[in-house]
Design a protein around this ligand. Structure first.
Ligand code: PLP
Length: 396
């Protein structure tokens, strides 16, 4: 049969990134490609206890259909945590539990983006957000960044040039893929611009708590004068991505619409996971757990930058994040990063080429390295292999 897929299905439909991750999964290859947390940090025992408790206390409710908005007690705990950690002060009617924060991006895309609308994103940005926005037919426009994240002069120019902008999407903390963080002054301006041009701003903050150096910066949402900023985050990086548990905070009117759209998507997020994570949050020192994650990632990031300094050609530029899971490399003189990826695979080392992170033309010679997942002993060896591959590429 010839299948006539809808216009929402990407043309070509090839999963280029999936192919990269598959190639990188070869056991011979040291992979810095995936975006995975360190599994040794998953609190398996404590989570098992929390799940047992959830079954004992709420077994039947956990196995029954539940509310689309999410469990009230979990939403209250989320609100307490984001008030303390991110200066986001909101009420129960402002928060929706989502099936991973990925679902929050999808619901916001569905609620706000009509085909042909412009959506402004950092250049480069999180590739799965690009995929969501493409599904809704967005005209995605990349706004240039500097070392402090999205440039506000460039954002204002883009807002003037694209009066049909229906959404701004941003990852202000330890951005995926660059690791860059936006300073407080710029965040204030960011919230003001969203308000001035009357465009919703989706602040995606999966990595904010994963800070291993420098000082905390208040969320963009904390500068929001009038409800234009929607704040979203996740348990994926501080607990476990497999639970698929995230949330979004916005004005009640927005939450109501997103809740209706969520009903069509999955009725509600997994009840057992919600009950179990609620018990986990009540019984454990989550701050201490997050601190352990930060210490490990800080150590791994330092090993990686030490390896870069030691083994990479001196012309190579890289970001030096204070948190999160990624750093961003630029190799001047390399045009085809996919060809570079193939060369590196021959040296048994892998990364994600920069291309899929760009809405338009990619900056040449860019790629993303993940430092959270590879064990310490592999990082230096991997950097040595990568350095050798880069030397070879630049000689050619
Ligand atoms: C910037 C960004 N947003 C959202 C997500 C999705 O996370 P979740 O596991 O909560 O769906 C990720 C995952 O890597 C991410 O990097």
């Amino acid at each position: 049969m010839t299948f006539k897929f809808s216009k929402r299905v990407p043309v070509g439909g090839n999963d280029a990134v999936g192919a990269i991750l598959q190639a990188a999964a070869d056991p011979k290859v040291i992979s810095f490609a995936g975006g995975l947390p360190a599994p040794e940090m998953f609190p398996v025992k404590a989570m098992k206890e929390a799940t047992d408790k959830a079954f004992e206390k709420h077994g039947r409710q956990a196995m029954q259909y539940g509310s689309s908005a999410g469990l009230t007690e979990l939403r209250q705990l989320i609100l307490k945590r984001i008030a303390r950690k991110e200066d986001v002060h909101a009420k129960l009617e402002n928060v929706l539990v989502t099936t991973g924060s990925e679902q929050a991006i999808d619901l916001v895309g569905k609620a706000f983006v009509n085909p042909g609308d412009t959506v402004l994103v950092e250049q480069p940005t999180y590739l799965c957000a690009l995929n969501v926005l493409k599904t809704y037919g967005a005209n995605i426009v990349g706004v240039p960044m500097d070392e402090d994240g999205m440039r506000m002069d460039a954002l204002e120019d883009a807002l003037k040039a694209h009066p049909n902008t229906s959404l701004i999407y941003s990852v202000p903390n330890f951005q995926n893929p660059t690791g860059r963080t936006m300073p407080a002054e710029r965040r204030k301006k960011f919230a003001e611009l969203a308000s001035k041009y009357d465009v919703p701003l989706l602040e995606d903050n999966p990595y904010g708590e994963i800070r291993f150096a420098g000082k905390h910066v208040p969320s963009v949402k904390s500068f929001d004068p009038d409800g234009h900023v929607f704040y979203m985050s996740t348990f994926s990086k501080i607990l476990a991505p497999g639970f698929r548990l995230g949330w979004i905070v916005a004005e009640p009117e927005v939450i109501q619409k997103l809740t209706v759209l969520k009903q069509s998507a999955d009725l509600h997020t997994d009840n057992l996971v919600q009950y179990a994570v609620t018990e986990f949050l009540k019984d454990n020192d989550v701050d201490a757990h997050v601190k352990d994650i930060c210490n490990l990632y800080g150590k791994r990031k330092k090993l990686m930058t030490d390896g870069i300094k030691k083994y990479f050609p001196k012309s190579v530029k890289y970001t030096n994040p204070e948190g999160g899971m990624f750093l961003w490399v630029t190799v001047p003189g390399v045009d085809d990063t996919v060809a570079l990826f193939k060369k590196c695979l021959k040296h048994n080392v892998a990364f994600v080429p920069g291309d899929p992170f760009f809405a338009g033309k990619a900056d040449p010679g860019t790629f993303r390295l993940n430092y959270s997942n590879a064990k310490e002993d592999k990082i230096m060896v991997g950097m040595k292999q990568l350095g050798a591959a880069l030397d070879e590429a630049l000689k050619n």
